[in-house]
Ligand binder design. Sequence first.
Ligand code: ATP
Ligand code: MG
Ligand code: MG
Length: 347
Amino acid sequence: GSTIGILGGGQLGRMLATSAAQLGYRCHIYAPEPDSIAAEVSHAFTQAEWSDTVSMAAFARACDVVTYEFENVPVTPLLTLGTVPLLPHPRALETAQDRLTEKQFVQGLGGTPAPFAPVDTLAELDAAIAAIGLPGILKTRREGYDGKGQWRIQSAADVEALDLSAQPLIYEGFVDFLAEFSVILCRGADGQVRYYDSARNVHENGILALSTIPAGEPIASQVAPARELAAAVAEALDYVGVLTLEFFATEHGPVFNEMAPRVHNSGHWTIEGAVTSQFENHIRAICGLPLGEPGLAASIAEMRNLIGDEAAGWADILADPANHLHLYGKGEPSPGRKMGHVTRLVL
Ligand code: ATP
Ligand code: MG
Ligand code: MG
């Protein structure tokens, strides 16, 4: 096919559309916001309601293949796209949309998540804390990102202050990790799997701040079992495209945090730092093309997110010729919002 549909209009969609253009494809973007930033580089279908089955089907008819850059897309309308392939398959989306099903699924494949329990009421929270212990993190099961919808629980006093609304939650034991890393793989339509080097990820206030490659120890020696798990996930979902699993490196080996059925912020370094970027390989995979070499193209790559007003310092960033600056064109910065990123390569 020659036209790719992308569900979601954020920076990931924009980067996918840019790679698609390089390979000669056109993109249509389906996004709830009329001024989605991905729309700047491709044709947009603005839709006030994500879950509008009729408009999503009309969108799909204008495309040869549909993919997504955002996991909080309603699954039901996606099941009625008719003959247009949706890749990765909606089952991946369905599994990853809910932290509970995601953890159960990965556990079923032999992965080790932090101890967890679903929580819908204060009584269930008390029971979860009694079983799992303190400290812990209470998270919304759905729709959280960048640490939004999470409450750290240190003591009983933190529980008293909580106002549990109607949404389903999950309580997780706090993982005393040594470091964080991600496995990003791309699985082709023929089932071939390619792995990117795992980055050492540093989060600040629940938001990714920094990804560094090579990751060094203790990550380097935990990548193999983590990759094995990621491959099992991809296989079980008959996955096509880029898949990300986030891990905590602990004294006892890798602990699974969460998965993203899409290209990932911790893989932005691959745009300049890998032989073939995660975005290009995702497009290649969903279009049935052979995958490109994912290997590191420098000796060190470091990606730093520009959050809130950090993007205002772009002129200083550009003054260093080793830096590659990306600004997402989001307009006014707000605290905690990802406005851009910078990748620094050491050749
Ligand atoms: P993303 O933007 O990656 O989707 P998210 O909102 O889904 O983020 P998580 O990945 O669940 O959030 O958590 C964000 C960060 O908070 C983690 O990368 C980690 O630093 C910290 N964190 C989350 N859960 C735990 C835990 N159980 N133990 C220790 N730290 C945790
Ligand atoms: Mg997440
Ligand atoms: Mg995360």
